[in-house]
Design a protein around this ligand. Structure first.
Ligand code: ASP
Ligand code: MG
Length: 463
């Protein structure tokens, strides 16, 4: 069971989460718990690391003090047993002393490498996990807490989004945690953080606690992985856009990954990838509504007869770039050049399409990357006479439809574009992955919500 930041945001919520864990333990389950940082803490650490990297020192004391207050308060509310509480308080204080020293060090050196950043980001989970441990222990549950590193998770040294080395990891995790489980001890592990082969702390990327749950699940060959969050499961669309959105009871790994890539921030796509081979089911559940069965993510693509399309997402704050020029016709390597230029600048491309006339290539990038992208392309593409013109539009959004039912079903695209056409919504660009699991297209930002609503209705996704 992995509990996200909002599920452990404060003392009351942690007590609630521990009651849940206890309930499932009493029903004769064995549980391994994975804990995220308290809501918002990772973002704060990121900001602090950037400030320190610029040489700022003045903010550090206050920053660390505030973190201390927040964690000590949370601990006070969640950990009932006094001796246990004292132990947790000591851990919090020691950990924060370490953080303060690190930030001061970085500020003097004015150097923030990805490796140091991972080290700083690791503090969120190192502070939250002992509190959950203390709360559960106070309830009389036999438990022990670990950092991801101590639990045996080993990754490559790709700081910022490290990948697990599953052979070693499985071996180590089994030898460290299985025995405890056999003795009815509930292990609690920090999400998000691990260590490379040299023992240096790494992180699994933002939202990476999901991956920790998957890694431990695969290593221990569990029956199910439960991702506890603050909504009832994966929804047909954002309920803030369409009030009739509903929870999807079952979805395949492939569909869930497609959705995760398109911004349905429900699960880390890497977490799904890790379990794919073993086929362990993942369940997304709501801490605030635990009776709801949530969404089950499994290997099989069950095609619900009522829906060819299972979910529709809207990706806001996107920008469209089009590179044009007859010089691109039949010249190999143009696309490669464009994308390697963007790759060098670390610009993430959300969507690509090229017309078969080859006279233009269009692609979508996050809006806040647009300027960087244009700067890089203008110098190297226009300057290099590869293309004649580069156009940009910054008021667009992407709509993505996902569903295994689209595979091999003719007429889906016709329905999609027929429905939006009837509303006089102009489609600027279209792409379909050859997996046929998704169709995505670009419209004006101001048409985005309307398009989602129209399609949600067209494919019968309402409650
Ligand atoms: N605390 C980390 C983050 O906010 C990991 C996680 O919550 O999954 O990215
Ligand atoms: Mg989080």
């Amino acid at each position: 069971m992995k509990f996200g930041g909002t599920s452990v945001a404060d003392g009351e919520r942690i007590s609630h989460v521990c009651n849940l864990i206890d309930k499932y333990l009493k029903q004769d389950n064995k549980v391994v718990v994975v804990v995220s940082a308290l809501a918002g803490v990772t973002d704060e650490l990121l900001r602090a690391s950037n400030l320190a990297g610029k040489g700022e020192k003045e903010f550090i004391k206050k920053f660390v003090d505030e973190l201390k207050q927040r964690h000590l308060n949370t601990c006070k509310k969640a950990v009932k047993e006094e001796t246990v509480r004292r132990a947790v308080e000591e851990t919090i204080k020691d950990t924060l002393l370490e953080l303060e020293n690190v930030l001061v060090g970085v500020a003097y050196l004015r150097e923030l490498t990805p490796r140091i950043k991972d080290y700083i980001l690791s503090f969120g989970e190192r502070l939250s996990t002992p509190i959950v441990w203390g709360a559960l222990k106070s309830m009389g549950v036999k438990t022990q807490w670990f950092t991801g590193k101590d639990a045996g998770i080993v990754t490559d040294s790709n700081f910022g989004s490290a990948r697990p080395l599953m052979e070693t990891t499985s071996h180590q995790v089994k030898s460290r945690l299985q025995k405890l489980l056999d003795e009815d001890v509930t292990p609690i592990v920090t999400g998000f953080i691990a260590a490379d082969q040299n023992g240096v702390i790494t992180t699994l990327g933002r939202g990476g606690s999901d991956c920790t749950a998957s890694i431990l699940g695969v290593a221990l060959d569990v029956d199910e992985i439960w991702i506890w969050t603050d909504v009832d499961g994966i929804m047909t669309t954002d309920p803030k856009i369409e009030a009739k959105a509903r929870v999807i009871p079952q979805i395949s790994y492939a569909e869930a990954m497609e959705m995760a890539y398109f911004g349905a921030k429900m699960m880390h796509p890497g977490a799904i990838e890790i379990v794919m081979e073993k086929g362990i089911p993942i369940r997304v559940k709501n801490t605030f509504n635990p009776e709801n069965p949530g969404t089950l993510i499994t290997k099989e693509q069950k095609v619900e007869s009522r829906s060819i399309v299972k979910a529709i997402s809207l990706i806001r704050k996107a920008a469209l770039i089009t590179v044009e020029g007859a010089g691109m016709f039949g010249v190999p390597g143009v696309a490669a050049k464009i994308f390697s230029i963007l790759g060098e600048k670390n610009i993430n491309i959300l969507m690509i399409s090229q017309s078969s006339s080859e006279a233009n290539i269009s692609f979508v990038v996050p809006r806040d990357m647009l300027e960087d992208a244009l700067n890089a392309l203008e110098v190297k593409i226009l300057g290099g006479n590869i293309a004649r013109e580069i156009k940009a539009e910054d008021d667009i959004c992407v709509i993505a439809l996902v569903g295994a039912g689209m595979v091999g079903t003719p007429g889906v695209a016709a329905r999609v574009f027929g429905a939006v056409g009837k509303e006089k919504i102009n489609v600027r660009m279209i792409a379909q992955g050859s997996s046929e699991l998704n169709i995505s297209f670009v419209v004006k930002e101001s048409d985005g919500e309307k398009a989602v609503k129209v399609l949600h209705k067209e494919f019968g996704l309402e409650k």
